[in-house]
Design a binder for this molecule. Sequence first.
Ligand SMILES: [Zn+2]
Length: 443
Amino acid sequence: MASTHLALDCPPPTADRRFMVLAPHPDDETLACAGLIKQAAASGAAVRVLFITNGDGFRAAAGRHYRKLGISPAEYVKFGEYRRSEAIAAMRELGLRADDLRFAGMPDGVLMRLWRTNWSNMMALPSQTTGTSVVPYGWAVRPGAVFSGSSLLEIVRQEIEEFEPTDVILPHPADDHGDHAAVSAFTQMAVAVARAGGTDPHAPFRLHYWLIHRGDWPQPQGLRPDAALAPPAEMFGLDTEWHGLRLSRDDVLAKLRAVKAYRSQTTIARRFLMSFVRTTEFLGAIPDAMVAQSPMTLLHDLVAPAAMKPIALDAVDDNIIRRAQPYADIRVVEAAADAANFHIRVETVGRPSALAQMRLCLRYLGDPERGTMSGAINVSLRGRASTIPPGVRVSRDATATLFEVPLRALGHAKTAFLDVETSVAGVIVDRIGARTIRLEGER
Ligand SMILES: [Zn+2]
Protein backbone atom coordinates (compact mmCIF):
# COMPACT_ATOMS: atom_id res chain seq x y z
CA MET A 1 0.00 0.00 0.00
CA ALA A 2 1.48 3.30 -1.07
CA SER A 3 1.89 6.03 1.50
CA THR A 4 -0.87 8.62 1.53
CA HIS A 5 1.32 11.04 3.44
CA LEU A 6 1.83 14.39 1.71
CA ALA A 7 5.48 15.42 1.82
CA LEU A 8 5.79 19.17 2.45
CA ASP A 9 8.72 19.42 0.05
CA CYS A 10 7.66 22.13 -2.44
CA PRO A 11 10.62 24.52 -2.44
CA PRO A 12 9.46 28.03 -1.36
CA PRO A 13 9.34 30.45 -4.34
CA THR A 14 12.40 32.63 -5.02
CA ALA A 15 12.87 35.92 -6.91
CA ASP A 16 14.44 34.25 -9.97
CA ARG A 17 11.32 32.22 -10.78
CA ARG A 18 8.46 33.07 -13.13
CA PHE A 19 5.15 31.40 -12.30
CA MET A 20 2.37 31.09 -14.83
CA VAL A 21 -0.90 29.90 -13.29
CA LEU A 22 -3.69 28.53 -15.50
CA ALA A 23 -7.24 29.10 -14.21
CA PRO A 24 -10.10 27.63 -16.28
CA HIS A 25 -12.53 29.83 -14.28
CA PRO A 26 -11.98 32.79 -11.97
CA ASP A 27 -11.48 31.25 -8.46
CA ASP A 28 -9.59 28.08 -9.52
CA GLU A 29 -6.22 29.83 -9.06
CA THR A 30 -7.24 30.87 -5.53
CA LEU A 31 -8.52 27.45 -4.47
CA ALA A 32 -5.52 25.64 -5.96
CA CYS A 33 -2.63 27.89 -5.06
CA ALA A 34 -3.44 31.23 -3.39
CA GLY A 35 -0.69 30.52 -0.84
CA LEU A 36 1.88 29.81 -3.54
CA ILE A 37 0.86 32.95 -5.48
CA LYS A 38 1.18 35.09 -2.33
CA GLN A 39 4.55 33.59 -1.39
CA ALA A 40 5.81 34.00 -4.97
CA ALA A 41 4.69 37.65 -5.20
CA ALA A 42 6.25 38.40 -1.80
CA SER A 43 9.56 36.77 -2.83
CA GLY A 44 9.85 39.04 -5.87
CA ALA A 45 9.11 36.24 -8.35
CA ALA A 46 7.07 37.15 -11.44
CA VAL A 47 3.54 35.76 -11.38
CA ARG A 48 1.00 35.74 -14.17
CA VAL A 49 -2.48 34.25 -13.98
CA LEU A 50 -4.17 33.31 -17.25
CA PHE A 51 -7.94 32.94 -16.85
CA ILE A 52 -9.24 30.84 -19.73
CA THR A 53 -12.96 31.59 -19.28
CA ASN A 54 -14.74 34.28 -17.33
CA GLY A 55 -17.17 31.80 -15.83
CA ASP A 56 -19.93 33.31 -17.95
CA GLY A 57 -21.65 29.94 -18.48
CA PHE A 58 -22.47 29.24 -14.84
CA ARG A 59 -26.27 29.55 -14.98
CA ALA A 60 -26.94 28.97 -11.27
CA ALA A 61 -24.40 31.60 -10.20
CA ALA A 62 -25.70 34.11 -12.76
CA GLY A 63 -29.27 33.40 -11.61
CA ARG A 64 -28.29 34.10 -8.03
CA HIS A 65 -26.35 37.21 -9.06
CA TYR A 66 -29.28 38.74 -10.94
CA ARG A 67 -31.91 37.19 -8.61
CA LYS A 68 -34.02 36.05 -11.56
CA LEU A 69 -34.53 33.41 -14.22
CA GLY A 70 -34.29 34.07 -17.95
CA ILE A 71 -30.98 35.89 -18.17
CA SER A 72 -30.18 37.49 -21.53
CA PRO A 73 -26.95 36.91 -23.49
CA ALA A 74 -25.91 40.52 -22.77
CA GLU A 75 -26.43 39.90 -19.04
CA TYR A 76 -24.21 36.79 -19.19
CA VAL A 77 -21.46 38.93 -20.74
CA LYS A 78 -21.93 41.47 -17.93
CA PHE A 79 -21.70 38.60 -15.44
CA GLY A 80 -18.37 37.59 -17.05
CA GLU A 81 -17.16 41.16 -16.57
CA TYR A 82 -18.29 41.04 -12.94
CA ARG A 83 -16.34 37.81 -12.37
CA ARG A 84 -13.26 39.51 -13.78
CA SER A 85 -13.63 42.29 -11.21
CA GLU A 86 -13.88 39.63 -8.48
CA ALA A 87 -10.66 38.03 -9.78
CA ILE A 88 -8.84 41.37 -9.69
CA ALA A 89 -10.00 41.94 -6.09
CA ALA A 90 -9.02 38.40 -5.05
CA MET A 91 -5.56 38.64 -6.59
CA ARG A 92 -4.99 42.01 -4.91
CA GLU A 93 -5.30 40.17 -1.57
CA LEU A 94 -2.37 37.99 -2.69
CA GLY A 95 -0.13 40.85 -3.85
CA LEU A 96 -0.85 40.82 -7.62
CA ARG A 97 -1.88 43.81 -9.73
CA ALA A 98 -4.44 43.87 -12.53
CA ASP A 99 -1.64 43.74 -15.15
CA ASP A 100 -0.48 40.41 -13.74
CA LEU A 101 -3.80 38.92 -14.84
CA ARG A 102 -4.73 37.90 -18.38
CA PHE A 103 -8.19 36.87 -19.55
CA ALA A 104 -8.73 34.71 -22.63
CA GLY A 105 -12.56 35.03 -22.45
CA MET A 106 -13.21 31.59 -23.99
CA PRO A 107 -16.65 29.91 -23.58
CA ASP A 108 -17.34 28.48 -20.12
CA GLY A 109 -18.44 24.85 -19.83
CA VAL A 110 -17.54 23.53 -23.29
CA LEU A 111 -13.74 23.54 -23.43
CA MET A 112 -13.57 19.74 -23.80
CA ARG A 113 -15.59 20.05 -27.02
CA LEU A 114 -13.08 22.59 -28.34
CA TRP A 115 -10.32 20.09 -27.58
CA ARG A 116 -11.99 17.07 -29.13
CA THR A 117 -14.14 18.21 -32.00
CA ASN A 118 -14.46 21.98 -32.50
CA TRP A 119 -10.83 22.49 -33.40
CA SER A 120 -10.73 24.59 -36.55
CA ASN A 121 -12.11 28.11 -36.81
CA MET A 122 -14.60 26.72 -39.34
CA MET A 123 -16.07 24.71 -36.42
CA ALA A 124 -16.57 27.66 -34.04
CA LEU A 125 -18.71 26.65 -31.05
CA PRO A 126 -21.25 29.29 -29.98
CA SER A 127 -21.65 29.85 -26.24
CA GLN A 128 -25.06 28.70 -24.95
CA THR A 129 -25.17 31.63 -22.52
CA THR A 130 -23.51 34.67 -24.11
CA GLY A 131 -24.78 33.66 -27.55
CA THR A 132 -21.52 34.60 -29.27
CA SER A 133 -18.94 32.49 -31.15
CA VAL A 134 -16.08 34.91 -30.54
CA VAL A 135 -14.52 36.48 -27.43
CA PRO A 136 -16.96 39.29 -26.48
CA TYR A 137 -14.67 41.10 -24.01
CA GLY A 138 -12.67 44.14 -25.15
CA TRP A 139 -10.08 43.65 -22.38
CA ALA A 140 -9.38 40.01 -23.30
CA VAL A 141 -6.01 38.78 -24.58
CA ARG A 142 -7.48 38.62 -28.10
CA PRO A 143 -10.89 40.25 -28.38
CA GLY A 144 -12.84 38.63 -31.21
CA ALA A 145 -10.85 35.36 -31.10
CA VAL A 146 -12.99 32.51 -32.42
CA PHE A 147 -14.31 29.87 -29.99
CA SER A 148 -12.29 26.98 -31.42
CA GLY A 149 -9.60 24.62 -30.16
CA SER A 150 -6.91 25.99 -32.48
CA SER A 151 -7.68 29.53 -31.38
CA LEU A 152 -7.43 28.62 -27.66
CA LEU A 153 -4.19 26.69 -28.24
CA GLU A 154 -2.72 29.71 -30.00
CA ILE A 155 -3.64 32.03 -27.10
CA VAL A 156 -2.07 29.76 -24.47
CA ARG A 157 1.04 29.16 -26.60
CA GLN A 158 1.54 32.87 -27.20
CA GLU A 159 1.07 33.69 -23.51
CA ILE A 160 3.66 31.06 -22.57
CA GLU A 161 6.15 32.25 -25.18
CA GLU A 162 5.71 35.89 -24.16
CA PHE A 163 5.91 35.38 -20.41
CA GLU A 164 8.69 32.75 -20.50
CA PRO A 165 7.72 30.97 -17.28
CA THR A 166 10.07 28.79 -15.26
CA ASP A 167 7.06 27.06 -13.69
CA VAL A 168 3.63 26.42 -15.21
CA ILE A 169 0.81 25.62 -12.77
CA LEU A 170 -2.06 23.85 -14.55
CA PRO A 171 -5.02 21.56 -13.84
CA HIS A 172 -4.44 17.84 -13.27
CA PRO A 173 -5.80 15.94 -16.29
CA ALA A 174 -7.89 13.69 -13.99
CA ASP A 175 -9.79 16.62 -12.45
CA ASP A 176 -13.50 15.71 -12.78
CA HIS A 177 -14.49 19.08 -14.28
CA GLY A 178 -14.41 18.91 -18.09
CA ASP A 179 -13.14 22.49 -18.43
CA HIS A 180 -10.29 21.72 -16.02
CA ALA A 181 -9.31 18.55 -17.90
CA ALA A 182 -9.47 20.49 -21.18
CA VAL A 183 -7.28 23.35 -19.93
CA SER A 184 -4.77 20.71 -18.83
CA ALA A 185 -4.80 19.30 -22.37
CA PHE A 186 -4.47 22.68 -24.13
CA THR A 187 -1.66 23.76 -21.82
CA GLN A 188 0.28 20.51 -22.26
CA MET A 189 0.01 20.95 -26.03
CA ALA A 190 0.96 24.65 -25.90
CA VAL A 191 4.00 23.73 -23.82
CA ALA A 192 4.97 21.06 -26.37
CA VAL A 193 4.65 23.57 -29.22
CA ALA A 194 6.65 26.20 -27.32
CA ARG A 195 9.36 23.65 -26.57
CA ALA A 196 9.45 22.45 -30.18
CA GLY A 197 9.96 26.07 -31.24
CA GLY A 198 13.04 26.08 -29.02
CA THR A 199 13.17 29.87 -28.64
CA ASP A 200 12.36 29.94 -24.93
CA PRO A 201 15.53 30.52 -22.90
CA HIS A 202 13.83 29.16 -19.77
CA ALA A 203 12.87 25.85 -21.37
CA PRO A 204 12.54 23.19 -20.20
CA PHE A 205 10.24 24.72 -17.62
CA ARG A 206 8.49 22.62 -15.03
CA LEU A 207 4.82 21.70 -15.00
CA HIS A 208 2.94 21.42 -11.69
CA TYR A 209 -0.59 20.04 -11.64
CA TRP A 210 -3.35 21.16 -9.27
CA LEU A 211 -6.58 19.32 -8.43
CA ILE A 212 -9.91 20.84 -7.40
CA HIS A 213 -12.78 18.53 -8.39
CA ARG A 214 -12.55 14.83 -7.59
CA GLY A 215 -15.68 13.00 -6.42
CA ASP A 216 -16.75 14.23 -2.99
CA TRP A 217 -13.18 15.20 -2.03
CA PRO A 218 -12.08 17.09 0.03
CA GLN A 219 -13.67 15.64 3.14
CA PRO A 220 -14.71 16.94 5.57
CA GLN A 221 -15.91 20.02 3.72
CA GLY A 222 -16.12 23.54 5.10
CA LEU A 223 -13.80 26.10 6.65
CA ARG A 224 -11.11 24.39 8.74
CA PRO A 225 -8.21 26.84 8.58
CA ASP A 226 -6.09 24.79 11.02
CA ALA A 227 -6.36 21.50 9.12
CA ALA A 228 -4.06 20.32 6.33
CA LEU A 229 -5.28 19.57 2.79
CA ALA A 230 -3.93 16.50 0.98
CA PRO A 231 -4.81 14.90 -2.36
CA PRO A 232 -7.47 12.14 -2.33
CA ALA A 233 -5.94 9.05 -0.71
CA GLU A 234 -6.64 6.89 -3.79
CA MET A 235 -4.52 9.21 -5.95
CA PHE A 236 -1.30 8.40 -4.11
CA GLY A 237 0.98 5.72 -5.51
CA LEU A 238 -0.34 6.10 -9.09
CA ASP A 239 1.19 8.22 -11.84
CA THR A 240 1.46 11.55 -10.01
CA GLU A 241 4.07 12.52 -7.44
CA TRP A 242 2.54 14.97 -4.97
CA HIS A 243 4.42 17.79 -3.28
CA GLY A 244 3.02 19.92 -0.48
CA LEU A 245 3.53 23.57 0.43
CA ARG A 246 3.04 24.84 3.98
CA LEU A 247 1.08 28.08 4.33
CA SER A 248 1.76 30.54 7.14
CA ARG A 249 -1.09 31.93 9.24
CA ASP A 250 -0.92 35.11 7.13
CA ASP A 251 -1.09 33.09 3.91
CA VAL A 252 -4.19 31.25 5.15
CA LEU A 253 -5.92 34.50 6.12
CA ALA A 254 -5.07 36.10 2.76
CA LYS A 255 -6.41 33.00 0.99
CA LEU A 256 -9.64 33.29 2.99
CA ARG A 257 -10.02 36.94 1.94
CA ALA A 258 -9.31 36.00 -1.70
CA VAL A 259 -11.97 33.26 -1.63
CA LYS A 260 -14.45 35.71 -0.08
CA ALA A 261 -13.74 38.19 -2.91
CA TYR A 262 -15.49 35.68 -5.19
CA ARG A 263 -18.92 36.58 -3.85
CA SER A 264 -20.73 35.21 -6.94
CA GLN A 265 -19.25 31.80 -6.07
CA THR A 266 -19.38 31.77 -2.26
CA THR A 267 -23.15 32.41 -2.37
CA ILE A 268 -23.52 29.14 -4.32
CA ALA A 269 -20.82 26.78 -3.04
CA ARG A 270 -19.43 28.30 0.14
CA ARG A 271 -18.65 25.06 1.96
CA PHE A 272 -16.80 23.59 -1.00
CA LEU A 273 -14.73 26.73 -1.62
CA MET A 274 -13.86 27.09 2.07
CA SER A 275 -12.56 23.50 2.07
CA PHE A 276 -9.44 24.77 0.29
CA VAL A 277 -8.56 27.36 2.96
CA ARG A 278 -6.20 25.13 4.93
CA THR A 279 -2.61 25.03 6.10
CA THR A 280 -1.25 23.28 3.02
CA GLU A 281 -1.53 23.31 -0.76
CA PHE A 282 -0.22 20.62 -3.06
CA LEU A 283 0.89 20.22 -6.65
CA GLY A 284 1.65 17.10 -8.63
CA ALA A 285 4.37 16.14 -11.11
CA ILE A 286 3.50 13.79 -13.98
CA PRO A 287 6.37 12.66 -16.20
CA ASP A 288 5.73 12.63 -19.97
CA ALA A 289 5.23 9.06 -21.16
CA MET A 290 8.00 7.95 -23.52
CA VAL A 291 6.94 5.30 -25.99
CA ALA A 292 9.77 3.84 -28.04
CA GLN A 293 9.15 2.22 -31.40
CA SER A 294 10.24 -1.36 -31.00
CA PRO A 295 10.45 -3.05 -34.39
CA MET A 296 11.32 -6.41 -32.86
CA THR A 297 8.12 -6.73 -30.89
CA LEU A 298 5.47 -8.83 -32.56
CA LEU A 299 2.30 -6.84 -32.09
CA HIS A 300 -0.74 -8.34 -33.63
CA ASP A 301 -4.32 -8.57 -32.46
CA LEU A 302 -3.18 -9.25 -28.93
CA VAL A 303 -0.50 -6.92 -27.77
CA ALA A 304 2.22 -8.45 -25.64
CA PRO A 305 1.79 -6.81 -22.22
CA ALA A 306 5.55 -6.64 -21.71
CA ALA A 307 5.84 -4.22 -24.62
CA MET A 308 3.26 -1.82 -23.25
CA LYS A 309 4.26 1.31 -21.39
CA PRO A 310 1.89 2.80 -18.77
CA ILE A 311 0.44 6.14 -19.88
CA ALA A 312 -1.95 6.68 -16.97
CA LEU A 313 -2.68 4.76 -13.79
CA ASP A 314 -6.16 5.61 -12.63
CA ALA A 315 -7.77 5.28 -9.23
CA VAL A 316 -10.42 2.54 -9.23
CA ASP A 317 -13.49 1.88 -7.14
CA ASP A 318 -13.17 5.43 -5.82
CA ASN A 319 -16.74 6.62 -6.16
CA ILE A 320 -20.26 5.22 -6.21
CA ILE A 321 -20.72 5.42 -9.99
CA ARG A 322 -17.44 3.66 -10.74
CA ARG A 323 -18.27 0.96 -8.18
CA ALA A 324 -21.66 0.39 -9.84
CA GLN A 325 -20.25 0.39 -13.40
CA PRO A 326 -16.97 -1.56 -13.19
CA TYR A 327 -16.80 -2.00 -16.98
CA ALA A 328 -16.44 1.79 -17.20
CA ASP A 329 -13.95 2.14 -14.34
CA ILE A 330 -10.54 2.69 -15.97
CA ARG A 331 -7.63 0.98 -14.21
CA VAL A 332 -4.71 1.65 -16.53
CA VAL A 333 -4.01 2.98 -20.02
CA GLU A 334 -0.89 1.67 -21.75
CA ALA A 335 0.72 2.22 -25.13
CA ALA A 336 3.33 0.73 -27.42
CA ALA A 337 4.53 1.35 -30.97
CA ASP A 338 5.96 -0.85 -33.68
CA ALA A 339 7.19 0.13 -37.13
CA ALA A 340 3.69 0.77 -38.49
CA ASN A 341 1.22 1.22 -35.65
CA PHE A 342 0.58 2.88 -32.34
CA HIS A 343 -1.16 0.55 -29.89
CA ILE A 344 -3.26 1.66 -26.94
CA ARG A 345 -4.63 -0.69 -24.33
CA VAL A 346 -7.33 0.47 -21.90
CA GLU A 347 -7.91 -1.84 -18.97
CA THR A 348 -11.11 -1.50 -17.00
CA VAL A 349 -12.10 -3.15 -13.71
CA GLY A 350 -14.93 -5.13 -15.32
CA ARG A 351 -15.21 -6.70 -18.75
CA PRO A 352 -15.98 -4.14 -21.49
CA SER A 353 -19.70 -3.91 -22.06
CA ALA A 354 -21.99 -2.41 -24.69
CA LEU A 355 -23.66 -0.52 -21.82
CA ALA A 356 -20.66 1.74 -21.52
CA GLN A 357 -19.41 4.20 -24.05
CA MET A 358 -15.64 4.55 -24.37
CA ARG A 359 -14.25 7.60 -26.14
CA LEU A 360 -10.64 7.92 -27.10
CA CYS A 361 -9.11 11.17 -28.33
CA LEU A 362 -5.55 11.07 -29.62
CA ARG A 363 -4.49 14.56 -30.64
CA TYR A 364 -1.11 14.79 -32.29
CA LEU A 365 1.33 17.54 -33.05
CA GLY A 366 2.41 18.16 -36.63
CA ASP A 367 6.03 18.86 -37.46
CA PRO A 368 6.54 22.06 -39.51
CA GLU A 369 9.99 20.82 -40.63
CA ARG A 370 8.46 17.72 -42.18
CA GLY A 371 5.42 19.64 -43.37
CA THR A 372 3.02 17.45 -41.36
CA MET A 373 -0.20 18.83 -39.92
CA SER A 374 -1.63 18.52 -36.41
CA GLY A 375 -4.88 16.62 -36.01
CA ALA A 376 -6.85 14.19 -33.90
CA ILE A 377 -8.08 10.64 -34.02
CA ASN A 378 -11.45 10.30 -32.26
CA VAL A 379 -12.87 6.84 -31.57
CA SER A 380 -16.22 6.26 -29.89
CA LEU A 381 -17.27 2.75 -28.87
CA ARG A 382 -20.93 2.27 -27.99
CA GLY A 383 -22.30 -0.98 -29.34
CA ARG A 384 -23.66 -0.50 -32.85
CA ALA A 385 -23.42 3.28 -32.57
CA SER A 386 -19.62 3.12 -32.56
CA THR A 387 -17.52 5.49 -34.65
CA ILE A 388 -14.14 4.13 -35.69
CA PRO A 389 -12.08 6.16 -38.18
CA PRO A 390 -10.79 4.30 -41.25
CA GLY A 391 -7.52 2.47 -40.62
CA VAL A 392 -8.08 2.20 -36.84
CA ARG A 393 -8.67 -1.31 -35.47
CA VAL A 394 -10.35 -2.10 -32.16
CA SER A 395 -10.44 -5.42 -30.34
CA ARG A 396 -11.42 -6.61 -26.90
CA ASP A 397 -9.76 -9.11 -24.63
CA ALA A 398 -11.02 -9.92 -21.11
CA THR A 399 -10.98 -6.59 -19.24
CA ALA A 400 -9.04 -4.72 -21.93
CA THR A 401 -9.93 -2.75 -25.04
CA LEU A 402 -7.17 -2.49 -27.64
CA PHE A 403 -6.82 0.24 -30.25
CA GLU A 404 -4.40 0.06 -33.17
CA VAL A 405 -3.76 3.37 -34.90
CA PRO A 406 -1.52 3.52 -37.99
CA LEU A 407 1.44 5.89 -37.41
CA ARG A 408 0.68 7.19 -40.91
CA ALA A 409 -2.71 8.42 -39.63
CA LEU A 410 -0.82 10.41 -36.97
CA GLY A 411 1.38 12.07 -39.59
CA HIS A 412 4.30 10.21 -37.95
CA ALA A 413 4.01 12.69 -35.09
CA LYS A 414 6.60 12.66 -32.30
CA THR A 415 4.25 14.10 -29.68
CA ALA A 416 0.65 13.15 -28.99
CA PHE A 417 -1.92 13.71 -26.24
CA LEU A 418 -4.13 10.81 -25.26
CA ASP A 419 -7.42 11.07 -23.39
CA VAL A 420 -9.79 8.19 -22.65
CA GLU A 421 -13.23 8.72 -21.16
CA THR A 422 -16.04 6.33 -20.29
CA SER A 423 -19.70 7.08 -19.78
CA VAL A 424 -22.93 5.21 -19.15
CA ALA A 425 -26.22 6.62 -20.44
CA GLY A 426 -24.48 9.92 -21.15
CA VAL A 427 -23.08 10.30 -17.63
CA ILE A 428 -19.28 10.38 -17.46
CA VAL A 429 -17.99 7.58 -15.25
CA ASP A 430 -14.24 7.93 -15.63
CA ARG A 431 -11.62 9.90 -17.56
CA ILE A 432 -7.84 9.87 -17.52
CA GLY A 433 -7.55 13.32 -19.11
CA ALA A 434 -4.91 14.25 -21.66
CA ARG A 435 -1.45 12.74 -21.15
CA THR A 436 1.57 13.87 -23.12
CA ILE A 437 3.18 10.99 -25.02
CA ARG A 438 6.53 11.24 -26.77
CA LEU A 439 7.03 8.73 -29.55
CA GLU A 440 10.64 7.86 -30.02
CA GLY A 441 12.30 5.56 -32.48
CA GLU A 442 13.81 5.09 -35.89
CA ARG A 443 12.18 7.31 -38.43
ZN1 LIG B 1 -13.04 25.81 -12.30
